[in-house]
Design a protein around this ligand. Sequence first.
Ligand code: ATR
Length: 282
Amino acid sequence: MSVQRYAVIGHPVSHSLSPRIHAAFARQAGIALEYSAIDAAPEDFDAVLAEFAAEGGIGANITLPHKTRAAQICNYLSEAAQRAGAVNTLIRTATGWQGDNTDGMGLVRDLTDRHSLDLRSRRTLLIGAGGAARGVAPALLDAGIGDLYIVNRTAERADALADVLAQPGRVHPRYLNDIGNLGNFDLVINATSAARGGDALPSLPINLVAPRGAAVDLSYGEAAVPFLAWARSARAHDCIDGLGMLVEQAAESFQRWHKVRPETDAVYEMLRNRDAILVTAD
Ligand code: ATR
């Protein structure tokens, strides 16, 4: 039997940790597979994916900047993908691609299982309203957080995300400039791409994190450094980057493809202890 073909498709993608993660999961499960990183510029995405399928590709992770486009080319979307408006996992079917989104579940698993956080009733602030924020907000609400405040540089996008989430009594878009008047939060999540783009973080008050509160950056490596430095100065009880979420969303994808749930702790430790801190993109 030929080796099963999988890939992560992004732009840029050369620093992606996904090939290493999936290779480790496959070794653990005794599955022979090939998992490569494929670079596709936005205008080439459809053609690259079609070529991958023609060459026998049966599953793919989709990363920046293609997650929204990937949702548009699927002929079936999971509920998570529909709510996120974005796909990070493609599964080949007889009739085309099935799309799922495991980012939100990956974040919740990392926070609850790895970091032992009880998310229930946490008053939560989500900074950012782009694709990453959209990917995680539904899963956070499902996990039982309390009120969710969303602030974003472009206020209309925060409003639009709140509209999509459709829980007006619980989800509150606010102006970024008003961040100092919102009180403190048990969970503060940075879902902006500011540091990834080399920009400064939005200015955040030092009293934003409640006592015993957690601060989470969805990025990892160098891109998470500025927010985590702020989180420490804000005396957050837990300062968490996105490496665990990355491993957990990969495990969720792996499970969908192979019907086996990989054990994630060893892979997480391997990446944490090696050069992951220098890696800035997935
Ligand atoms: P991603 O998929 O990483 O979320 P995105 O959809 O482009 O990428 O969204 C990027 C997010 O980071 C947005 O919330 C963006 O704010 P705008 O909607 O105002 O563009 C936010 N962002 C990016 N650079 C920023 C900066 N320098 N300051 C504040 N927010 C920034």
